[in-house]
Design a protein around this ligand. Sequence first.
Ligand SMILES: Nc1ncnc2c1ncn2[C@@H]1O[C@H](COP(=O)(O)OP(=O)(O)OP(=O)(O)O)[C@@H](O)[C@H]1O
Ligand SMILES: [Mg+2]
Length: 588
Amino acid sequence: MSTPTSKKLMSSHRWVLGYLMQEKAIFLPSLAALFFTAMLSLAFPWFLKELVGDPAEAYRNGVNAQQVLEKSNRVVLQLVAVLGLQAFVAFFRVQGFIHSGESALNRLRRDLFAHLVRLPMPFFQEQRAGALSSRISADLGLVRETLLTTVPQAVRQTVILVGGLIFIFVASWKLSLIMLGSVPFVVLAIAFFGRKVRAYSKAAQESLAEAGMVIEETVQGINDVKSFTNEPFEATRYDRALAAFFGVTMKGAKHRAAFLAFIIFALFGTIAFVAWFGARMLASGEIGDKNFVSFILFSIFVGASLGSFPEIISQLQQTSAASERLRELLDTPVERADGDPAVKLHGALSFQDVSFRYPSRPESLVLSDLNFHIQPGQRIALVGPSGAGKSTVFSLILGFNDPEMGQIHFDSHPASSLSLRALRSQIAIVPQEVLLFGGSIRENIEYGKPGATHEEINAAATQANAFDFITALPEGFETLVGPRGTKLSGGQRQRIAIARAILADPKILLLDEATSALDSESERLVNEALERLMIGRTSLVIAHRLSTVRHADSILVFSQGKIVESGSHDALIERNGTYRFLVETQLV
Ligand SMILES: Nc1ncnc2c1ncn2[C@@H]1O[C@H](COP(=O)(O)OP(=O)(O)OP(=O)(O)O)[C@@H](O)[C@H]1O
Ligand SMILES: [Mg+2]
């Protein structure tokens, strides 16, 4: 992504502000309270000036000590009262800000998630597993920091800056002008260093996301990491990512540090110079004691507030880069949602001259010129070596990807005219590698038909040959399956996926047979369940077992993205081609 222009930065802030304004019933009063307490914080130097400046002037003019003491008692009491009021309002203001900030964030999080799940498949195919989620959470973290801390800080410091400036001008416009002479330098410095810091912070963010991804990938594949004893390898990978992050951060730190050093010197140097000039004015009687004290006290406040702006501005810049990325994500077009959602499929399916390549790897044609026609209720087997394109056919049928050329028809409807919702709700897939969700067995089966009754779930489990093993577990249907279903065996997971598909009651069934061999008993149970599932439905089976292929109405033999042979088992054996070779070498 190119560096965002300042116009874009403003608009991304406005976008975040839009989320805050949806909570305006709480946000605006909190903002008003913040203005109020910030103004009250100026009362502190004002009362101090009264306390310190008055006696100084009084002694010079020869007023009696008793009067001065009485006045200072009164002033201290007033100061304590103001502090009390400030504390009281701040108590509610802080809660109000957190309330509106976190609510706005939750709204944003919900919008992002709702959008994310509706993005088209190629979007996900182009991402590395962990990259997207860790980037989103890092960006949301930045936005959160800004809403909850930086925005209140910015408002507060602005009020103090403006109010303080008014007071110092009232105390002495001449001294004020001398002091403000240095401001353009500071502003230029902010602009110069800020740009550098922003560029590095973006790079740092990205390399931190890279490191987060290593953790995510490692945890996801922890079985492989451990079984290959690749812990040191992963640690090295993580170290490398961290080192890259550290390098970028330190480059940014150099600019940040130079900036801060400059600010310290320029700011406090100016104050020293102004104090020196003021002392001369004081000596010549050009300014009174009280005004001089007032000027010094308010200058300290103004200086402190000016000094906090670089941090605030750099935080705002980082956040606008983050919110820009989030907004880009929200602007990414979602899957099409057109077409009649009530269309009923009969189960016929055809491919006409279908060619396809993955957008992420445009140089290789994965499927070329596929042609086949399936009647309702037919059973078709897809066989062929690994990487031939069989699973890709399934993802085209499901509308995860669109063909580059050619047409897919369901009954007489072109696939592109059907609503994806209608299409997918009438297709069920039992994948090669069944990954369950982290909940209970019941929830995992219910996934096929949200809201299904207990009876329906029991019946589906029975049909899937899963009922017996489920009820034999101490917690039965309520057993938690562990992350991605890892607490169940491969065969058990598959039967749960079959039960899920039975419950979904699809017109078209896609089975990606597991390549890993099950033991003969669980294979029998799974096959039996699959046989039941396929009755009365159009079924496409990516087959790795001869037993499955033999019963198919027709077999499509894939090789390098093409259908090289098709027909029944007997006809293909007769033909003495690729299929026969596959069977003889037990590849099917
Ligand atoms: N998301 C993707 N992006 C780019 N290329 C991909 C993607 N998914 C698969 N491919 C490539 O497409 C080709 C076909 O893959 P596919 O998964 O369809 O093979 P398959 O026939 O199902 O193999 P297997 O029997 O091993 O499951 C392969 O060369 C694969 O590398
Ligand atoms: Mg496959």
